[in-house]
Write a protein of this length. Structure first.
Length: 465
């Protein structure tokens, strides 16, 4: 790239991106993503993790700039992004970019909305900021698509902070020079480990909130004149040489076709809560149940074929996966999810309640789940599933899928996203609010103020929410 760094390429593109240069198909796709993200945030209002963070940011205080999703409480923009990012990643219900295993929207939409509201930006500017953030984050990861996850880092936060910084910089109207510094400041905050996948704690949720927070802070500090390394990606001590294996990352891939190829519509929507690696298994089981009247007590054993890279995430340590102790641990347990999908008709957030975790039918079936692993050259661009059910009478039934619904090669429709949104909000918002939010997101780029979304989502005191 000569004297031009990766950060230079990103910053110039981010600062100069205009709404009219974004394809209409990307804008339409983004409307659904903002709606989806907002629904997950609303559903997360009931979680102890959400309450803990909201109590903290309210106690911290500060200038009232941006709303906490669903509550209408005004806090500083970084604090609002922290709460929104954590809430948006709750339930592991947010969309996934298969090639990089990156969840972009909990981090980036949260940062863009927080800054957009603080700056009084209209919907068009919000769209530009979010697209700038998503496309930047995906390209940062595409330098080595699964390298960060293999090293034990959570890519959604470690890489997501760059997308949050890009979105926040664009929402603040920073020029290319200050945007480059914002990316460098973000790199000095890049963090997030996958250890919560092992023990089922809230750390993975916090990672996404902290990345959104970090991106907002980075843009604010850059706007005030703080400087940062120009080679935060490829420099001697940049994130690629430090965190990725030598020879496995490609600086050209990080900037290839920037502004010409749009990756945002390739991100998969989730129709089920839980780790993305399990969703093809869920879809295969639901299809099997529609074809056969299968009862849990008929099943002697369930054999699952998984990809080698999936084993440490959803299969091991097996003793822990067989009997997950927390709802979050259950979302990363293939035995639990296979068993629950056989018993339940829906694998939304309620499938992982404390009541479900103690369900004797689900626990009994989970103990009958086994797995074998294999290499798959198509990973992670596709996430297939194959299950064999051995019945008590010796018969065998099989269920297979090459990918899950919602993936780029199996797209779902807007009505599916709206149905998911309604399901996420029905226990918290009134029907009129839900319909108003769907309508507002359908004309996202025409909203006069970004604030309108969170204003519409505020819980009315008489709803009991």
């Amino acid at each position: 790239m000569g004297d031009r760094t990766i950060s230079d390429a990103y910053a110039e593109w981010i600062a100069n991106l205009e709404f009219d240069s974004i394809p209409q198909s990307v804008v339409i796709d983004l409307r659904h993503r903002v709606l989806d993200n907002l629904g997950i945030q609303i559903a997360a209002l009931s979680l102890p993790s959400t309450r803990a963070v909201i109590e903290a940011i309210v106690a911290w205080g500060g200038r009232p700039e941006s709303s906490v999703p669903g509550l209408g409480v005004m806090v500083p923009a970084p604090s609002a992004a922290l709460a929104a990012g954590l809430m948006g990643h709750s339930f592991d219900y947010d969309d996934t970019h298969f090639p990089t295993l990156l969840h972009t929207h909990a981090v980036i939409i949260s940062a863009a909305l927080a800054v957009g509201q603080a700056e009084g930006r209209p919907g068009r500017d919000l769209v530009v900021a979010i697209v700038a953030g998503i496309e930047t984050a995906l390209r940062v990861a595409l330098a080595d698509p699964v390298g960060f996850q293999v090293s034990g880092l959570q890519p959604s936060s470690f890489v997501g902070v760059f997308g949050a910084a890009a979105a926040a910089s664009r929402a603040k109207g920073l020029d290319a020079r200050r945007t480059r510094h914002a990316l460098g400041i973000a790199g000095n905050q890049a963090s997030g480990l996958l250890q919560s996948v092992v023990d089922g704690s809230d750390g993975k949720l916090f990672n996404c909130g902290w990345a959104a927070h970090g991106g907002v802070v980075a843009a604010d500090l850059a706007a005030r004149g703080l400087t940062a390394p120009a080679e935060i990606f490829e420099g001697q001590f940049g994130i690629y040489p430090v965190h990725l294996k030598p020879g496995q990352w490609d600086s050209q891939a990080a900037v290839h076709d920037l502004g010409r190829v749009w990756h945002t519509p390739d991100i998969a929507f989730k129709l089920h809560s839980g780790c993305q690696h399990t969703h093809s298994f869920i879809d295969a089981i639901f299809e099997l149940k529609r074809a056969h009247a299968l009862e849990a007590d008929e099943i002697r054993a369930i054999d699952c074929q998984v990809i080698n890279e999936q084993v440490p995430v959803i299969c091991e340590p097996m003793a822990t996966k067989l009997e997950p102790e927390t709802p979050y641990a259950a979302r990363f347990s293939l035995p639990y999810i296979v068993a629950a999908a056989l018993v339940l008709d829906d694998m939304g957030p309620h499938a992982y309640s404390e009541e479900r975790l103690s369900d004797a039918r689900i626990r009994g079936l989970a103990r009958r789940v086994r797995y074998t692993s294999h290499a798959d050259p198509g990973f992670p661009d596709r996430l297939p599933a194959h299950l064999t059910f051995t019945l008590n009478d010796g018969r065998k039934l099989t269920a297979s899928r090459q990918n899950c619904r919602g993936a780029a090669d199996e797209p779902i429709q807007g009505k599916d996203i709206e149905a998911k949104f309604r399901g996420n909000c029905k226990d918290t918002l009134e029907d009129e609010q839900i319909s108003a939010l769907i309508e507002a997101c359908s004309r996202l780029e025409d909203l006069p103020q970004a604030e309108a979304l969170y204003s519409l989502a505020a819980i009315n005191t008489h709803t009991g929410g």
